[in-house]
Design a protein around this ligand. Structure first.
Ligand SMILES: NC(=O)c1ccc[n+]([C@@H]2O[C@H](COP(=O)([O-])OP(=O)(O)OC[C@H]3O[C@@H](n4cnc5c(N)ncnc54)[C@H](OP(=O)(O)O)[C@@H]3O)[C@@H](O)[C@H]2O)c1
Length: 236
């Protein structure tokens, strides 16, 4: 069986669980050398570098360690993310800052760092994990949706900036995917979410990972600057 990412050096942030772990595992099974960056260790056999993506020095140290070992970085998936939900008038400034830092600033710091390497290589691929909420908004998630909408603008700007160096930049906008992030939702909210999904069920982490695999592989060699919805039709 051919391995789609054979020999590719990949970084996946937020690979300790959920969507990031599914991406890291699938990429590894497809022949990539995957480095998972997160604060806690992955629950599967993924090469792990302890990293807090809100800390610039922590990101720079991880990139330097990988570059020293591998000599190149081919694929980066900016997946780490958090929620700190609340209605605007009650939202604490620290909850706004925490979400923007973990979800958006982190992608800026890591992408800036690896873009210097990818520009020299004249090849690379960056994938940002946005959300349907970044496209459509959601009551009680103004911080989260701002971070996810920010990732979309960031993706398109980087795609334009880096395309001449053969670096592709895309985003995925998942809908409602079953992970620890969504398990915390009350059952009534889960049921009402399901009723808004044309495919009438939550997505799996593997379904997001398969889309990530496509966008990060040569099968998507002519695709840059897109936002791919993986949402069972929720965003239609
Ligand atoms: N689940 C959904 O329905 C859904 C829908 C749309 C978009 N998304 C997006 O998909 C991505 C993954 O979500 P998920 O559902 O898989 O969430 P999850 O199960 O809560 O996992 C989040 C991951 O992010 C990592 N992370 C959080 N803060 C971090 C930090 N400061 N430094 C390093 N890593 C950090 C966590 O690792 P540690 O805690 O070990 O550091 C964990 O691996 C997120 O960006 C999320 O916004 C999810």
């Amino acid at each position: 069986m051919s391995e789609i990412l054979s020999g590719q050096i990949c970084i996946v942030t937020g690979a300790s669980r959920g969507i990031g772990l599914a991406i890291a595992t699938l990429f590894k099974n497809e022949g990539a050398k995957v480095y998972g960056l997160s604060r806690s260790a992955p629950s599967a056999d993924i090469e792990w570098i302890s990293c807090d993506v809100t800390d610039e020095a922590s990101i720079e140290a991880a990139v330097a360690a990988i570059l020293q070992k591998e000599g190149r970085i081919d694929i980066v998936v900016n997946n780490a993310g958090i929620t700190r939900d609340g209605l605007l008038m009650r939202m604490k400034t620290e909850d706004w800052d925490a979400v923007l830092s973990a979800n958006l600033r982190s992608a800026f710091i890591l992408s800036r760092s690896v873009s210097r390497i990818m520009i020299k290589q004249r090849s690379g691929c960056i994938l940002n994990m946005s959300s349907v909420v970044g496209l459509h908004g959601n009551s009680g998630q103004s911080n989260y949706s701002a971070s996810k909408a920010g990732l979309i603008g960031f993706t398109k700007s980087l795609a334009k900036e880096l395309s001449s160096r053969n670096i592709r930049v895309n985003a995925i906008a998942p809908g409602y995917i079953e992970t620890s992030m969504t398990n915390a939702l009350p059952d009534a909210v889960k049921e009402s979410l399901n009723s808004t999904i044309p495919l009438a069920r939550p997505g799996t982490t593997l379904e997001v990972a398969e889309a990530a695999l496509f966008l990060c592989s040569n099968r998507a060699s002519y695709i840059t600057g897109v936002v791919l919805n993986v949402d069972g039709g929720m965003g239609m």
